[in-house]
Design a protein around this ligand. Structure first.
Ligand code: AP5
Length: 215
């Protein structure tokens, strides 16, 4: 299955992605995770990306398109993939269509996680992540309180772009540049709206019933 996860910052893409890739055994391609890893390693890509990410701006299209175009050529992607956080602009969506067309492939579904703005602000303000493995927590989780990851023992921190000003800007950027993709994929006939409120398990239940129908 070739799937895109679409949704506002904090809609729960990363949380659902972890569960989806485990159940359907496909690689998880998160442009946010790839860019954060580059920032942590201090690579030239990371140095470019950091200046955009910390302010809540999008990294330039050509940079992320190059990363994804290369990643989906890897052998593990022959069985499909889950794109999380890409595409994020119409230019990126068109580039993805082009790469897939060259490979004579199509996307099977675009899952659009639907949640209102108050809820995403609440979620992002209380999100914590493991600096080591990227595991996502909320501030009320016991591991987050102890500031130690239950999976790898790494340090649990607040993401630099989860500060109030950056959250505000990310939501603006989402509305201006990413929300048009809902219409783009609706027109393509592959958009599946998923109400993303309720527990993580509730949302995952909706995701799997949608994906099982497609499979
Ligand atoms: P990225 O890492 O993709 O961030 P994002 O899209 O802003 O999404 P988030 O990771 O903030 O949220 P999420 O939807 O994954 O929610 P999560 O599951 O963590 O991108 C970061 C930056 O990188 C961008 O701003 C940009 O600069 C750059 N970038 C990345 N891709 C790019 C691209 N294609 N083009 C250009 N630039 C790009 O959940 C959030 C919180 O809610 C967690 O605490 C979680 O525990 C909690 N939660 C989840 N589900 C529920 C639920 N059902 N109920 C209650 N709480 C829940």
């Amino acid at each position: 299955m070739r799937i895109v996860l679409l949704g506002a910052p904090g809609a729960g893409k990363g949380t659902q992605a972890e569960l989806i890739v485990e159940k359907y055994q496909i690689p998880h391609i998160s442009t946010g995770d790839i860019l954060r890893a580059a920032v942590k390693q201090g690579t030239p890509l990371g140095r470019t990306a950091e200046s955009y990410m910390s302010k809540g701006e999008l990294v330039p299209d050509d940079v992320v398109i190059g990363i994804v175009a290369e990643r989906i050529q890897e052998p593990d992607c022959t069985k499909g993939f889950l794109l999380d956080g890409f595409p994020r602009t119409v230019v990126q969506a068109e580039a993805l269509d082009k790469v897939l067309k060259e490979k004579r492939q199509d996307l099977d579904a675009v899952l659009s996680l639907e949640v209102d703005e108050d809820e995403v602000v609440r979620r992002l303000s209380s999100r914590r992540v493991c600096q080591g493995c990227g595991k996502i927590y909320t501030a009320t989780d016991s591991a987050a309180d102890e500031a130690k990851c239950e999976a790898c023992g790494g340090k649990v921190i607040t993401r630099a772009d989860d500060q109030p000003e950056a959250i505000k800007r990310r939501l603006q950027v989402y509305k201006e540049q990413t929300e048009p993709l809902v219409e783009y994929y609706k027109k393509a006939g592959i958009l599946k709206g998923i109400p993303a409120t309720g527990t993580v398990e509730d949302v995952f239940g909706r995701v799997t019933s949608t994906l099982d129908q497609i499979a």
